[in-house]
Write a protein that binds this ligand. Structure first.
Ligand SMILES: [Ca+2]
Ligand SMILES: [Ca+2]
Length: 365
C-alpha cells in the first residue's frame, strides 16, 4: 500500500484542480463542505502549488473523506499548504463554476444516511408580504430544528441552490449576505453578478453553502444562514398589476461531520406579492372610506363604507395576478362579495370608484 502511494506520488499520476475540493469536476458552493468536514487535517504540501485553474500533481494524503473515500485530502487542500482551513476557500471563489475532466472526477454522491439524526428544516421567509415596484425586500434562509439538539446529531453544513423569476427583480442588485454573526460558520455564496467568479450561475439562480469548521454547526432551534436582498423591477406589468415572487429550491444537500446524508424538510410556503399602482393619484379618497370584513375570510367578504358612495367595480385578483371574480356593486354603503367557491390563499381586492381605485390584500381560507 505504501509502495503504491509513493509510486503514484513520485510519477505525479494524481492531479487536482484548486477549488474542486470534492473532485467532482466543477468548483462550486458544494466544495465548501469537504473543507468543513476535514477542517484542521494536516498533510503533505503540494509542490509548486498555485490557486490557478490547471491540473496540479500532488502527494496523496493519509486522509480521505469518511463516506466518499475517493476524495483525498490532497484535493481538499486547495491552496497547497499543509493544512485544511479557511485559506482553502479562496480558490473555490476564484475558480467558481470552472470545470475539469482531467483529474478523473467522480460524481460526489452520498449513499450513507443518518436515520437517527433529526431532520433539519430549511426555512425560507420574507420581511414583507407585499412590495411595490422599485422597492426592496429581503428573504431569510434559515435552518430550524423543533428544539435545540445535541451537536453530535446536528448538521455540519448545507449547500443549496435557489431559483427565482429574474424578470421580477433587478438582477444586478441581488445580494446574498451571509450571517457572519454565526462565528462557527464558513460561507460560499454565488449569484449571477457576483464580482469574484469567472463563470457564474445564470440569472435567476443563486447558490449558497455554509459549514462548520470541523464540527457540526447546526443544532440550535433556529440558525439564520443568510439574508438575500432584492429590488423589484420598475415595471412588473404583464397584463396585470400583481405578480408573486418566490424562491424555489432546486438543489439541497445537508451533511453531518461524519459526511452522512441528512434528510431535510422544506418550509417554503411564503411568497411576496409585487405590485404597482396603475393610477396612484386617485388612490387616496376611497382608502379613507372602505373597509373589508372579515379578513381572513371564508364564504363571503363584506365591503362597507360609513357613507353612501358609488362603487363601480369590485375585482378579486389572486397572487399570480389572475382576475378571479368581478362584480359591479353600484351605489350603496355595504356590499357582499361571495368567495365560498374560491380556493384558499392570498388575494387582492380592488375597488373602483367613479375616479378612484383602492386595493387591499386579503386571505381566503
Ligand atoms: Ca467540486
Ligand atoms: Ca490548505
Amino acid at each position: 500500500m505504501v509502495v503504491w502511494i509513493m509510486g503514484v506520488s513520485s510519477v505525479g499520476g494524481q492531479v487536482m484542480y484548486p477549488g474542486d475540493t470534492n473532485n467532482d469536476g466543477v468548483a462550486n458552493y458544494l466544495d465548501l463542505l469537504p473543507i468543513g468536514i476535514a477542517f484542521g487535517v494536516e498533510g503533505e504540501p503540494r509542490p509548486l502549488a498555485s490557486e490557478n485553474w490547471f491540473a496540479q500533481p500532488f502527494i496523496l494524503w493519509a486522509y480521505n473523506l469518511p463516506t466518499t473515500p475517493w476524495v483525498n485530502g490532497g484535493f481538499i487542500n486547495a491552496n497547497g499548504d499543509a493544512l485544511i482551513d479557511t485559506l482553502d476557500l479562496d480558490a473555490i471563489v476564484a475558480n467558481y463554476d470552472m470545470m475539469q475532466d482531467t483529474a478523473m472526477p467522480i460524481p460526489w454522491q452520498h449513499n450513507i444516511t443518518c436515520f437517527t439524526c433529526p431532520p433539519p428544516v430549511l426555512s425560507i421567509s420574507y420581511d414583507k408580504d407585499s412590495v411595490k415596484v422599485n422597492e426592496s425586500f429581503q428573504a431569510f434562509i434559515s435552518v430550524l430544528y423543533p428544539e435545540t439538539i445535541p451537536p453530535d446529531i446536528g448538521a455540519l453544513g448545507l449547500g443549496v441552490e435557489l431559483n427565482y423569476d429574474p424578470d421580477l427583480v433587478v438582477e444586478s442588485s441581488v445580494e446574498v449576505i451571509p450571517n457572519t454573526g454565526e462565528e462557527t460558520l464558513m460561507f460560499v455564496t454565488a449569484t449571477s453578478v457576483d464580482a469574484f467568479g469567472y463563470r457564474l450561475p445564470s440569472p435567476g439562480r443563486l447558490q449558497l453553502a455554509a459549514a462548520g469548521r470541523g464540527q457540526n454547526a447546526f443544532f440550535k432551534d433556529a440558525t439564520l444562514v443568510a439574508t438575500v436582498s432584492f429590488i423589484v423591477v420598475d415595471d412588473i406589468q404583464r397584463d396585470t398589476v400583481f405578480r408573486a415572487f418566490k424562491l424555489d429550491v432546486s438543489e439541497l444537500l445537508f451533511l453531518n461531520l461524519q459526511e452522512e446524508l441528512l434528510i431535510p424538510l422544506l418550509q417554503n410556503q411564503d411568497s411576496v406579492v409585487l405590485y404597482q399602482d396603475l393610477d396612484p393619484v386617485t388612490e387616496v379618497p376611497l382608502a379613507g372610506l372602505l373597509e373589508i370584513f372579515p379578513n381572513p375570510a371564508d364564504g363571503f367578504i363584506q365591503v362597507s363604507s360609513p357613507q353612501m358612495i358609488e362603487l363601480t367595480t369590485l375585482r378579486l385578483w389572486n397572487a399570480q395576478g389572475v382576475l378571479v371574480r368581478e362584480m359591479n356593486p353600484g351605489a350603496g354603503a355595504s356590499w357582499t362579495f361571495p368567495v365560498e367557491d374560491i380556493p384558499p390563499g392570498v388575494y387582492w381586492l380592488e375597488a373602483l370608484g367613479e375616479e378612484e381605485k383602492w386595493v387591499r390584500k386579503l386571505i381566503l381560507r
